[in-house]
Design a protein around this ligand. Structure first.
Ligand code: EPZ
Length: 419
């Protein structure tokens, strides 16, 4: 298990190019099963989760070749409709393979993705929607088996705007007979990106990015070429890195509208932010101003994936912040680790009260999940002395070469693979 060793105190100063979005390319890679043809996907980051998705697609019978930031996927010969347990367990979000496999083959068998570090990760909304499309679903022995000779369009109202459920149902509805309407759908930019990819192969979808998505079923799909949108969560992480060190960071290759909530909060914290065409400049201040209230919400609210990095920033602010996590049940795994570094945080249920301290102290801490790990690296950038963040494998799931990118803009950080 690798670790990062960070010597705190350097002000970051420099430019970083943001890679394609993990939470966009994963559903898009799953959707490539639908066309039984070629998909050329551009700006795919080198991440552990992408490697797992490639393994799953190859297991199903697809051929996948990678050159630099590009993926060529040919799903002509996909005939396997079962995703084995050992692969499902390596990435919970592979549940959204159900839609495309069921949509193309009329049959799919996956194991329960199971709970993970940030909550039980139920899939009830996925299954309820698939049943409304006509699938017969059996759940037993930890497996989910779905069958449908022909899926047919339906009016689906999601009890919660679940990102994964919205994506799964969009993909399942592409080849269904008739029209499907998904109401109260998630509005994340990654949903819009998936719509554009699917329409690029001949699907007929509109409304992604709003709370109502309409899918008119088609019978024929073709090959497609698509460039993945930039990763707004990675961009936000680097902006917060600039803020926590009181430095100056330019994030390039961003869609600034995707970061409205994050920019608003960083301005509230006293940062100076200049918006360019496809870049954002952040100049931090010292000390950071405390933000009275932060609440994570579905898009376009403040993103849950930046809750931990933002909490790290607030631990060194000049006041008190009340932070509420409303999306996941158990996404405070970074709190104990930040406390080890001297942070003053009180937790009551899904609310954390953070009282800023002058300085954090370097310590040995553990990345319990992807974004918690990123938060600990950010804390290490500003802490006095050396911080060791154990569990690099968690962070590599979502951040491509984070140590190199931080080092290139002035951080004193190294990654050690074995110890
Ligand atoms: C996606 O997860 C992202 N993952 C997550 O990013 C992100 O945090 C999340 O959306 C919210 O934005 C990918 O896109 C691969 P949800 P997903 O379904 O689809 C409950 C990261 O760090 N729920 O919107 O799993 C669920 O328990 C990851 O990159 C049900 O109750 O998120 C959670 O409390 C972490 N029943 C809430 O909805 C269901 O059937 C939001 O989940 C589905 C979800």
């Amino acid at each position: 298990m690798g670790r990062y060793i960070i010597k705190g105190g350097n002000k970051l100063d420099g430019k970083v190019r943001i890679n394609g979005a993990k939470n966009s390319c994963l559903p898009i890679m799953a959707a490539s099963v639908l066309n039984g043809s070629l998909s050329k996907i551009i700006d795919v980051p080198h991440l552990k989760d992408v490697s797992v998705m490639i393994e799953i697609l190859q297991y199903l019978g697809a051929t996948v070749t990678r050159t630099e930031q590009m993926l060529h996927i040919d799903t002509t010969n996909v005939k396997n409709y079962e995703v084995p347990e050992y692969l499902m367990r390596r990435m919970r979000s592979s549940i959204f393979l159900m839609g495309p496999i069921l949509g193309r083959f009329g049959k799919v068998r996956v194991s329960y993705p199971g709970g993970c570090d940030i909550g039980p990760r139920p899939v009830d909304l996925h299954l309820k929607g698939l049943r409304q499309l006509g699938a017969n679903i059996v759940e037993e022995h930890g497996y989910i088996e779905a069958e449908a000779s022909q899926l047919s369009g339906a009016e689906i109202h999601l009890d919660y705007p679940s990102v994964g459920a919205t994506e799964n149902l969009m993909m399942a509805a592409v080849l269904a007979k008739g029209t499907t309407v998904i109401q109260n759908s998630a509005k994340e930019p990654e949903i819009v990106d998936l719509q554009n990819f699917l329409n690029g192969m001949g699907a007929r979808i509109r409304g992604a990015g709003t709370e109502t998505i309409r899918i008119d079923g088609v019978t024929k799909l073709t090959s497609v070429e698509h460039t993945v949108i930039p990763d707004r969560i990675v961009a936000g992480t680097f902006l917060i890195a600039g803020a926590i060190t009181g430095g100056r960071v330019v994030v390039q290759n961003v869609i600034k509208e995707h970061l409205d909530a994050v920019i608003a909060k960083l301005r509230e914290a006293g940062c100076k932010i200049i918006l360019g065409e496809d870049y954002i400049i952040l100049e931090g201040i010292n000390p950071i101003k405390s933000i009275d209230v932060i609440r994570t919400l579905p898009y376009p609210g403040f993103p849950t994936d930046l809750q931990a990095p933002m909490m790290a920033l607030m631990t060194v602010s000049n006041g008190i912040t009340v932070l509420t996590e409303t999306v996941f049940e158990n996404r405070f795994k970074h709190v104990d680790e930040l406390r080890r570094m001297g942070a003053n945080i009180k937790v009551n249920g899904n609310t954390a009260v953070i009282e800023g301290v002058k300085k954090l102290n370097g310590a040995f801490v553990e990345a319990k999940d992807l974004r918690a790990g990123a938060a600990l690296i950010l804390a290490g950038l500003t802490a006095e002395g050396t911080t060791i963040v154990e569990g690099a494998h968690s962070i590599e799931r979502g951040y491509e070469q984070i140590e190199k990118k931080l080092k290139d803009i002035g951080a004193d950080i190294v990654k050690v693979d074995k110890h």
